[in-house]
Design a protein around this ligand. Structure first.
Ligand code: C2O
Ligand code: CU
Ligand code: CU
Length: 504
């Protein structure tokens, strides 16, 4: 594999331009509200399935489903016929048993994103493949000290992940707090995006969209277009927000309300942090505390520049940017939902008590260091004359690699000693951001570019900016076994940007 040359990039730019014309709408990338969709209904939350006597047992079927999305008939894929699938609600120490059935035409499997559970056997095993028509019984045993928070589930069968998540296969998992957080109301908001063609079928992503990471033409909250919420002044709501988009980053803003960050991916912050916006990459979750004030507000996803080919080429060549509006994140702000606060003020719940201090792995000995280099380069298929665009279906034009290699489930890329703490340096030598995700063991971000991160900051998806570098500490404890890390732009993962790690 060789790094991209200037000329090859020009050829890629030509591909983008071509796709714009082919798209026929003049907007090759994404639009905001989406053509022909209607919104404005009350927010509906997925059905909640809660554990009883420390066990949650359920059947989960992934299958094609015909439902209504934003006033349009849509053929999607969903768990148990609902978009999103049911919300699973458990406590630390509980066991989740899922009888999973594949009603799709492609192989699939199930991943419980962010849960600290065993990756082996019928646990959170990303190497399982369930053939069409087959079933598989999963069992996830949460340790008694599992961090509370908002997690989620989605298929993880390599090569099909982006298609299946984009089609509608995702759902939330809630791990309850040991000490309740006083709020008047809790809401789950699973954010996703999709693109429908004129007959309501899911549009297929073309090569260019797969390379950039597909972004759907319409952004949904719990499968709805711009739903609305009502509340009285003085309430304190807890919003559990999941970014289930295959590639889209969300810069979330809620003007006119007091917003505090309670949780980022896992656990909770000891003291909720007042914020004006939060950027979440695909796979990330946040929990917000919203202290309501009278008025109309909107939860907005403002644009995020997650890089692209322009970043590599520099602007201004050929009298403008190469990709122009085709760069991801260049659409305008998107209104995700409307919040109407009116009526008689209610009594505000008690102040939120301080949570336990977060563990800081900097106080523990580091036994090994690894560097993972996330790269995009040309892989065959393209002659030295940049003629790759001659054929319309060139599937080998871009390689997505970690340390120069594409995913191979039979290889062990990173071997770690179970029970130890390691420092990993995540390097991005490509012109696009990559949100890096590790299964089973959460990461403590200690250095973000040149900046030390003073507070203990825990996440399970960490954005590594284009040509940037992030250092994380990981405690490989509790579970031995083999699992994966990967870019959570799911198109990149499917194209090979995934590696294996084994704790032994
Ligand atoms: Cu959310 Cu490996 O995935
Ligand atoms: Cu995951
Ligand atoms: Cu990526």
């Amino acid at each position: 594999m060789s790094p991209l040359t200037r000329r090859q990039l020009l050829a890629l730019g030509a591909a983008g331009a071509g796709a714009t014309v082919v798209g026929g709408t003049g907007l090759w990338w994404t639009t905001t509200g989406g053509p022909g969709y209607t919104g404005g209904k009350n927010l509906i939350e997925p059905q909640v399935l809660a554990s009883r006597d420390r066990v949650l047992e359920l059947d989960l079927t992934a299958a094609p489903t015909r439902i209504e999305v934003g006033g349009r008939e849509a053929s999607v894929q969903a768990f148990n016929g609902s978009l999103p699938g049911p919300t699973l609600r458990v406590a630390p120490g509980d066991t989740i048993r899922v009888a999973m059935t594949n009603g799709l035409e492609a192989p699939t499997n199930l991943h419980v994103h962010g849960l600290h559970v065993s990756p082996e056997g019928n646990g959170d095993n990303p190497f399982v493949s369930i053939a069409p028509g087959e079933s598989f019984d999963y069992e996830f045993v949460l340790p008694a000290d599992h961090p509370p928070g908002t997690y989620w589930y989605h298929p993880h069968r390599h090569g099909h992940v982006a298609d299946q998540v984009a089609a509608g296969l995702y759902g939330a998992i809630i791990v309850e707090d040991p000490e309740p957080v006083p709020v008047t109301r809790e809401r789950v908001m699973v954010v996703s995006d999709l693109t429908l063609d004129a007959s309501g079928n899911l549009a297929e992503a073309d090569r260019m969209q797969q390379m950039m990471g597909r972004e759907g033409e319409v952004v949904l909250v719990n499968g709805q277009v711009r739903p609305q919420l009502t509340a009285a002044p003085g309430e304190r709501e807890r919003w559990r927000i999941v970014n289930a988009c295959p590639s889209r980053y969300l810069r979330l803003q809620l003007d006119g309300q007091q917003v505090r960050l309670l949780s980022r991916d896992l656990g909770r912050l000891p003291v909720p942090e007042e914020i004006t916006e939060a950027v979440i990459a695909p796979g990330n979750r946040i929990e917000l505390l919203v202290d309501t004030a009278e008025g109309s507000s909107a939860l907005v996803a403002a644009p995020v520049n997650r890089g692209g080919m322009d970043a590599m080429m520099g602007e201004g060549m050929m009298g403008g940017t190469m990709m122009g509006d085709n760069e991801p994140g260049n659409d305008g702000p998107i209104e995700l939902l409307a919040l109407e606060v009116s009526g008689d003020p209610v009594e505000t719940p008690a102040p939120v008590p301080e949570g336990p201090a977060l563990r800081d792995l900097r106080e523990e000995p580091i036994t090994a260091r690894h560097t993972l280099d996330f790269a995009m380069g040309m892989a065959g298929g393209m002659g030295g004359d940049g003629a790759m665009m001659g054929g319309e279906e060139d599937t080998t034009m871009m390689a997505f690699t970690i340390n120069g290699q594409e995913f191979d489930p039979d290889r062990v890329d990173t071997l770690v000693a179970a029970g130890t703490v390691e420092e990993w340096t995540l390097v991005n030598s490509s012109p696009m951001d990559h949100p890096v995700h590790l299964h089973v063991w959460p990461m403590q971000v200690v250095q973000d570019g040149d900046r030390d991160v003073p507070e203990p900051r825990w996440q399970d998806v960490v954005n590594v900016p284009a040509f940037g570098e992030v250092k994380v500490l990981i405690a490989f404890e509790d579970f031995p076994g083999k699992t994966v890390y990967h870019c959570h732009i799911l198109d990149h993962e499917d194209q090979g940007m995934m590696g294996t790690v084994e704790a032994r």
